[in-house]
Design a protein around this ligand. Structure first.
Ligand SMILES: [Zn+2]
Length: 256
């Protein structure tokens, strides 16, 4: 039953992962396993599918409760694959104190280059650069609710809601807490993307190991999301009065 590295590599190629391309991966290892070699085997398969000329990117976000050190701060809720990935030799990690990403391959340095604190996932951020470079987004055992690329679309569309989260940074050798504004909410509304992308044939779906996988061009995700945001800037929020505390905060931030 255990998927070999070779079988996972084959699944990824069959799904449409482009050799030589840039690939942003959000994954739940629990959904993919069992995999030969565990998370290391999955990373090996992803790198095999991309080849030497390809660049693999994963989110390595942190809780912001201590000063961020890209060489030592563990990820928060990013899963064992991303936590294993950033610690590997040759992997570059970006320096945003809450919203870091890790990458390996020819575009890794460019994708992980310094970025503004706000917004964490704007055009000038790792997922924004994956978008700009024409990369692909792979959701492996997770849905669009986990996808940072939709925050890129929200940033470009300048949605009227935001939430400030505390984050510890070091300034002049002193640790202090700052507030970072981001377009946050419960993100369950991002799941609409499945229907919107499927209707246009812009989402490839299949099995990778045991997981349900979705693969899209980052540009298609952003374009389709922006079309809907242009019609209704609140399209991704739960409705008012639906009892979603996180979306209520977002609604209030927009003065609604
Ligand atoms: Zn909500």
């Amino acid at each position: 039953m255990t998927s070999s590295v070779k079988a996972i590599t084959r699944d990824l190629a069959a799904l449409g992962v482009r050799a030589g391309g840039v690939l942003l991966v959000h994954t739940s290892f629990r959904a993919v396993r069992p995999v030969e070699g565990g998370p290391l085997g999955l990373i090996e398969a992803l790198r095999n599918a991309l080849g030497e000329a390809g660049t693999l990117v994963m989110p390595t976000m942190t809780d912001g409760e201590t000063v961020f050190d890209p060489r030592s701060t563990p990820t928060s809720d990013m899963g064992i694959t991303a936590e294993t990935f950033w610690r590997q030799a040759g992997v570059v990690r970006s320096t945003h104190p809450g919203g870091s990403f890790a990458a390996i391959g020819p575009q890794a340095e460019a994708i992980c280059a310094p970025q503004p604190l706000e917004p964490p996932h704007g055009l000038e951020s790792p997922p924004g650069r994956v978008f700009a470079q024409g990369g692909q987004v792979l959701l492996l055992g997770v849905g669009h609710s986990e996808s940072t690329t939709l925050h890129v679309a929200e940033a470009i569309a300048r949605v009227p809601y935001f939430v400030r989260h505390p984050c510890v940074v070091e300034e002049g050798g002193v640790a202090r807490e700052i507030m970072i504004a981001e377009t946050d909410h419960c993100c369950r509304g991002f799941a609409h993307m499945d229907d919107w992308l499927r209707a246009r044939g812009l989402q490839r779906e299949g099995r990778v190991g045991q997981a349900q996988a979705r693969l899209c061009a980052s540009r298609d995700i952003v374009d389709v999301a922006m079309e809907h945001l242009a019609r209704d800037p609140f399209v991704f929020l739960c409705g008012r009065g639906e009892g979603c505390a996180e979306c209520e905060i977002a609604w209030r931030s927009a003065g609604r």
